[in-house]
Write a protein that binds this ligand. Sequence first.
Ligand SMILES: [Zn+2]
Length: 255
Amino acid sequence: MIRYRYNVIVADPTWLVSLSEIAKERGVLPVKLIFAAGDRMTEAYRNYVQQVWQAPVILGYGSTEMGGGAGMECHERHGYHLDEFNLLFEIIEPDSEGYGELVVTTLSRRTWPLIRYRVRDITRFLEGFCPCGTTVRRVAPIRGRRDEMVVMGAGNMYPEIFEKVLEGVQGISGNWQVAVRQEGLRDILEFRLELTNGIAATAVEHEVQKNLESRYPDVWANQVCGMYRLAFRFFPPQTLVHGRKRKRLVDERGE
Ligand SMILES: [Zn+2]
């Protein structure tokens, strides 16, 4: 970076976090902008990287089937502006908040055209114009994969919910899994967490419950009403190590 004086970084999220850790130790070079792909870049990671480099992290959204990039954030960093010049986007079976499965039709492609291709990602269109001035429509950050959604006593659950609930909780690693189990007639929402830094399990439980209550009051209310029960299981570090495809939210009812 010093030799070529790069001032824009385009990187895989995981790699970017590692690079930032190195940069924090050895010194940071002036960077204007950092681009990364969206799915594994949590807000906690993004904040960390932005803080290290003192530069905005702009996320892109896409998939192999869509031909790579299908949308990108602007400087506002609030949803992805879509490539509506080349792709037609629809959201099917939206819920009351507008969240549903993204469906794509290619408009300009001669090879591998797609007609109403089900991307399996859950998102919604954002209302109104973006302050950046671009009139191209936006979708909200992806909530999760359709096959990761679990309908249960707490409501429609997505991995994104637990990512947000666990954000900022001290003493746990980034490797976690939430399982929906059944005991008798009741759904159990079980947090499986790795304890680090020797912080007491009870302190972590307290913190997670507090976050759930303040960040997702509806989900919390369903627990207070007895629609489901919360449970916690703790593991030593590196026992829940995630492969890229390992599910963060699993439905184990009926197993
Ligand atoms: Zn914008």
